[in-house]
Design a protein around this ligand. Structure first.
Ligand SMILES: NC(=O)c1ccc[n+]([C@@H]2O[C@H](COP(=O)([O-])OP(=O)(O)OC[C@H]3O[C@@H](n4cnc5c(N)ncnc54)[C@H](O)[C@@H]3O)[C@@H](O)[C@H]2O)c1
Length: 250
């Protein structure tokens, strides 16, 4: 088991990629704080983990609200003694041409996808510094590396997270905290379904250009995140890995 007795916080793990990461980490022996705005989704993930004999606890918390995230982290430390792993996975987007998008949408996209991971990272750092150990993995997006039509502000947020990751990786290296990013390509999740709802042909055309000939699945992402969260990646920090069936190569 790669994460035996580790304590992990996975945001947005009531659905999609986050749920697959939470399940995968629990299978590797971690105790998982399943954090989501969607309480029913978080409870469902916890139920699935417990059915397999794993340990998890649901938290309803909004990554854009610092007080809620600080309280959640304090409760995790009280419950399981410490925190070793943070996965910044919660995300949201509304696909539309930039010139049609409203300022309220920009604010929401930046709050969830950029400020959310900043808030969550800050919330775990004191404990990780105290331990001289920590693993932070943020789920960015290939949109943040190569751009994505209809996702201008989301791309800006994801590119911001990649840059934030590199700087935190530099600042935290002396404390033996590894900080890395995983970038999904188009992945079949409820979020992706909302993006393709506007353009039903998009999924088919993406399949044609992805060298592996299919969309990603949440289960494709989890092993890469578990790798960065494990001691196998102990000398790797500040890196960005695309998991996209070859759609992006850089
Ligand atoms: N699906 C894709 O094609 C794709 C591609 C690139 C990157 N991503 C990224 O992967 C991550 C997971 O996306 P997904 O496709 O699994 O989406 P999803 O919608 O299935 O899951 C996202 C979860 O985040 C939660 N969430 C949203 N806002 C939140 C908030 N403020 N506080 C707490 N939880 C919140 C939602 O309730 C949901 O359960 C996101 O960061 C997304 O940007 C997805």
């Amino acid at each position: 088991m790669k994460l035996k007795d580790r304590v992990a916080i996975v945001t947005g793990s009531g659905s999609g990629i986050g749920r697959a990461i939470a399940l995968g980490m629990a299978r590797e022996g971690a105790r998982v704080a399943v954090v989501d705005l969607n309480e029913a989704g978080a409870q469902e993930t916890v139920k699935e983990i417990q059915k397999e004999g794993g340990q998890a606890h649901p938290y309803r918390a909004d990554v854009t609200q610092k007080a809620q995230i600080d309280a959640m982290v304090a409760d995790v430390i009280k419950r399981w003694g410490t925190v070793h792993i943070l996965v910044n996975n919660a995300g949201w987007d509304k696909a539309e041409p930039f010139i049609q998008s409203a300022e309220e949408t920009w604010d929401k996209v930046l709050a969830i996808n950029l400020k959310g991971p900043i808030i969550c990272t800050r919330a775990v750092l004191d404990e990780m510094i105290k331990n001289g150990y920590g693993k932070i993995v943020s789920i960015a997006s290939d949109a943040g590396r190569v751009g994505s039509t209809g996702e201008a502000v989301y791309s800006a947020a994801k590119g911001g997270i990649i840059a934030f990751t590199k700087t935190i990786a530099r600042e935290m290296a002396r404390h033996r905290i590894n900080v890395n990013c995983v970038c999904p390509g188009p992945t079949d999740t409820p979020l992706f379904a909302t993006v393709t709802a506007e353009n039903p042909k998009l999924a088919e055309s993406l399949k044609r250009v992805i060298p592996f000939g299919r969309l990603g699945l949440p289960e494709d992402l989890a092993p890469a995140v578990i790798f960065f969260a494990s001691d196998d990646a102990g000398f790797i920090t500040g890196q960005t890995l695309s998991v996209s069936g070859g759609l992006t190569m850089m």
